[in-house]
Design a protein around this ligand. Structure first.
Ligand code: ADP
Ligand code: MG
Length: 350
């Protein structure tokens, strides 16, 4: 089938935190079932519809099973470019949804029930890979975009900036990015932890940095069905299908506002603004029924360049809008829901 470009938005509402409950925040977000989510507050009463809404009591497993993630993993194995991205304001549960509460250290791993979409997808991918014998070659790369600079989170030493280039054959690509082969769940989870550790420690204020950068972990899946399993191939020399599964933990969307800040802060805010707005713009253009010549402005940001293949062409995207139920987050919650709504395809009946 010729897959039309599409992005499926789903919503996850996190529970109120202890702090929020203690200070008496009200819950203003409620799932009405059937993909409807209701935001109720004095002057902002609104209902939004999505293909799935996960309320505060939904388990990590329920989100994995109900989000269509398993099918996305299968499509990536079949050679498609699949992307999952989590967005929403800082503290809305993006990292929790993707990775779970990250283990504080290697000696204190997170409870298996709390593992996020990423670890669950890796497990699903490796199961599939094992059942197919050794005909899938798997490798991973992990990048972050901070202030419109692309950095490799897997290469040793201090994170260095890599150039983002374009070629006719490859499309947009990051020059010299490290891609590490893996064959087991332990190996890929350890790459994820290493990279996330580097992301968090590359700035003095830990949370500040990670809420201002986008992190992209990409699994390259090379299907080498008709070749000897003993021949190790570079992804670029891959003879058959190559799919990708990309997980994107986006910068906190509260930066999208006009900020009166100066210096370093405004540089950060501007680059986050630019990339989240560019992403929203590309997605809404892709969601419209369009003529042959609609121009999709991927070049407007590093983020959209890196995601160009998965957003357009034969890409499949799952957007996870993360929101807080608290009355204090109302305006950010509404803006996240509006952003997610832009991706809904306008279906026209012939
Ligand atoms: P973000 O990455 O969007 O900034 P986090 O994922 O770090 O937000 O979540 C903020 C806090 O809320 C963390 O302490 C996290 O453990 C908690 N949290 C988020 N989502 C959930 C959830 N669904 N269930 C329980 N706790 C959650
Ligand atoms: Mg986070």
């Amino acid at each position: 089938t010729s897959a039309s470009p599409h992005a499926r938005p789903i919503v996850r509402v996190r529970p109120l935190t202890c702090t929020e409950t203690r200070r008496g925040d009200r819950r203003v977000v409620h799932s009405l079932g059937d993909g409807a989510v209701h935001v109720s507050a004095a002057r902002h009463d609104a209902t939004f519809g999505f293909s799935a809404v996960f309320d505060a009591d939904a388990s990590q497993e329920a989100v994995f099973e109900g989000s269509g993630m398993r099918q996305l993993v299968e499509m990536a194995i079949d050679g498609f470019s699949c992307t999952v991205f989590a967005f929403g304001q800082t503290g809305s549960g993006k990292t929790y949804t993707l990775m779970g509460p990250l283990a504080q250290s290697e000696t204190q791993p997170a409870s298996p029930a709390l593992l996020g979409l990423m670890q669950r997808s890796f497990a699903c991918l490796l199961e599939q890979s094992q059942s197919r014998g050794s005909d899938l070659a798997l490798s991973a790369s992990y990048l972050e975009i901070y202030n419109e600079q692309v950095r490799d989170l897997l290469s040793p030493g201090p994170p260095c900036t890599l150039p983002l280039r374009w070629s006719k054959t490859r499309g947009f690509y990051v020059e010299n990015q490290l891609s590490v082969g893996f064959e087991s769940l332990e190996a890929i989870v350890s790459l994820l932890l290493q990279g996330s550790q580097r992301r968090r420690t590359s700035a003095h204020a830990l949370n500040r940095h990670s809420s201002r950068s986008h992190a992209l972990l990409t699994i390259h899946i090379c299907s080498r069905a008709h070749y000897s399993p003993n021949v190790v191939l570079q992804p670029s020399a891959c003879p058959s299908k190559q799919g990708t599964l990309c997980f994107v933990d986006l910068a906190g969307s509260e930066r999208v506002k006009e900020t009166g800040s100066s210096g370093e802060l405004s540089v950060e805010a501007n680059s986050i603004n630019r990339s989240l707005l560019a992403l929203g713009h590309c997605i809404s253009l892709l969601a419209k029924p369009r003529g042959k010549w609609t121009h999709i402005p991927y070049r407007d940001s590093k983020l959209t360049r890196l995601l160009a293949r998965s957003l357009g062409g034969s890409g499949i995207t799952l957007m996870v809008a993360c929101i807080s139920p608290s009355s204090r987050c109302l305006s950010e919650t509404l803006s996240t829901l509006h952003y997610a709504s832009r991706a809904r395809r306008v279906t026209t009946r012939p």
